[in-house]
Design a protein around this ligand. Structure first.
Ligand SMILES: Cc1cc2nc3c(=O)[nH]c(=O)nc-3n(C[C@H](O)[C@H](O)[C@H](O)COP(=O)(O)OP(=O)(O)OC[C@H]3O[C@@H](n4cnc5c(N)ncnc54)[C@H](O)[C@@H]3O)c2cc1C
Length: 420
């Protein structure tokens, strides 16, 4: 008999514990939101595998990715973030209550932050599986360069990552052979990297080739390349092979719910909001210009802050705006605009003097999300809420008369109206 899952409730559930997820946790934990971070393998994510990180600000001597991520982890724990080391198996993010399920648990939360990153793309060549990771095929030059000192390695790919990591490998290896699928001299990397690579005496290029097969006994010994023009198979003897042919975002779980690009990256706005209310996405998993730890951190900060704002605004919306115990004159205004600011006391007066009404001001500068939930596009705007439902919006010609008319108050006794 299937065991019933344990249900636990949180304000925020973060899926993925890399730089982006940990930073989101630091912000939401510090905002005193009950936060859970779920990580399926290693807290710290991809950055943990980078030994030498020279571009993360604040570390002029460079930082080890592992050390840096340990600090992120410590800081998130300090702010009360709870951690569960398990794989998220399914999600339902479409409702108001977000559901995240692992093998044993069902987590319900107000906000979900997707921070699942990506994984390296592999070539799909024959017997590739046999040699992945510690048997001769690597995806991280920074991690594995030193162990290739004096050796011959192959790099597959010609994008920025392939060529930059290949150049880095020449500091250790005797020879770096690059398999490029394009014609002689054509690469996908930037021109500076290309010129430096072509001038590097330790780098050798085999043009017009793709990977056909990996061969060896217990460890990789040959990469068999295939010439795309002649179909010739070229066995190349190597000690190890590095694949840099791109990343696949970890988004299978979210397909059909969260909007994505055709390459599977999650699309967000600058607030890291996805198409679903209360669902944010951060880091390498989202469609963005630069995938780095520094940008993952920025994304995480925005989403953690946004989560707090979203929860506060949702509660305010439900408890103070869409009230069903009284009729509500919701005045959406801009406090720095003179007309809309001066009009506020008049609306408050109408609200105070009409029996069964209250007036709730919403300053769009502080509560843009509430204005969006009310569907208000023009400011100032008066939204009339009766029995918990929006019955009228007045944004054109907002004046006491138009309000009174809408409130069917020609006999209004508020004393403010001038309508006849
Ligand atoms: C070789 C290499 C070198 C790099 N060097 C640098 C560098 O020098 N400087 C720099 O700034 N950046 C560098 N980067 C890039 C940097 O590592 C990434 O941009 C950064 O790690 C992205 O962080 P993230 O949190 O978005 O994703 P990740 O670090 O990928 O974290 C995502 C996490 O989500 C988890 N996850 C996925 N699916 C699930 C699930 N279903 N349930 C639970 N957990 C899940 C994964 O296990 C993973 O831990 C390098 C990357 C590589 C590959």
């Amino acid at each position: 008999m299937a065991r019933e899952k344990k249900v636990e409730k949180y304000d925020v559930v973060i899926i993925g514990g890399g730089a982006a997820g940990l930073t989101a946790g630091i912000y939401s934990g510090r905002a005193r939101l009950k936060t859970l971070l779920i990580e399926k393998s290693l807290v710290g994510g991809l950055a943990t595998y980078t030994n030498e990180m020279e571009n993360y600000p604040g570390f002029p001597e460079g930082a080890s990715g592992g050390g840096l991520m340990e600090l992120f982890h410590k800081q998130a724990k300090k702010f009360g973030v709870e951690f569960k080391l398990t794989d998220v198996k399914s999600v339902d993010l479409t409702g108001e209550v977000k559901i995240v399920e692992t093998f044993r648990n069902r987590f319900e939360s107000k906000v979900v932050i997707i921070a699942t990153g990506g994984r390296p793309r592999i070539t799909g060549a024959i017997t590739e599986d046999k040699f992945l990771f510690d048997k001769g095929i690597s995806f991280c030059a920074t991690c594995d360069a030193a162990s290739n000192t004096g050796k011959t390695v192959m790099v597959i790919g010609s994008g920025d990552a392939a060529i930059e990591e290949g150049m880095f490998l020449t500091k250790f290896a005797d020879k770096v052979i690059v398999s490029v699928m394009h014609d002689n001299g054509k690469m996908d990397c930037n021109e500076i990297a290309k010129a430096a690579a072509l001038a590097n005496p330790k780098m050798e290029f085999i043009w017009n080739t793709v990977t056909h097969e990996f061969k060896g006994e217990d460890h990789l010994e040959h990469v068999v390349l295939k010439n795309l023009k002649t179909e010739e198979l070229i066995p190349v003897k190597v000690d190890n092979c590095f694949e840099f042919i791109g990343y696949i975002p970890n988004t299978e779980l979210f397909k059909g719910q969260v909007d994505m690009t055709n390459r599977g990256y999650i699309t967000t706005n600058e607030k890291m909001e996805t198409n679903l209310e209360g669902v944010f996405s951060v880091g390498d998993v989202r469609d963005k210009f630069l995938k780095q730890v520094a940008t993952a951190v920025g994304d995480g900060a925005v989403a953690g802050f946004g989560a707090e704002k979203f929860i506060a605004e949702t509660e305010q919306f439900q408890n103070y705006i869409m009230r069903d115990d009284v009729d509500n004159l919701v005045y959406v205004y801009n406090a720095i605009d003179e007309f809309s600011r001066d009009f506020l006391p008049k609306i408050q007066k109408i609200g105070n003097e009409r029996e069964g009404y209250v007036c709730t001001p919403v300053d769009i500068y502080k509560s843009k999300g509430i204005a969006e939930k009310l569907g208000v596009k023009e400011f100032p705007c008066l939204v009339v809420v009766k029995n918990g439902k929006i019955v009228e919006k007045i944004d054109q010609e907002l004046c006491e008369e138009s309000i009174c008319k809408v409130l069917e108050s020609c006999e209004c006794s508020c004393g403010t109206c001038t309508c006849e």
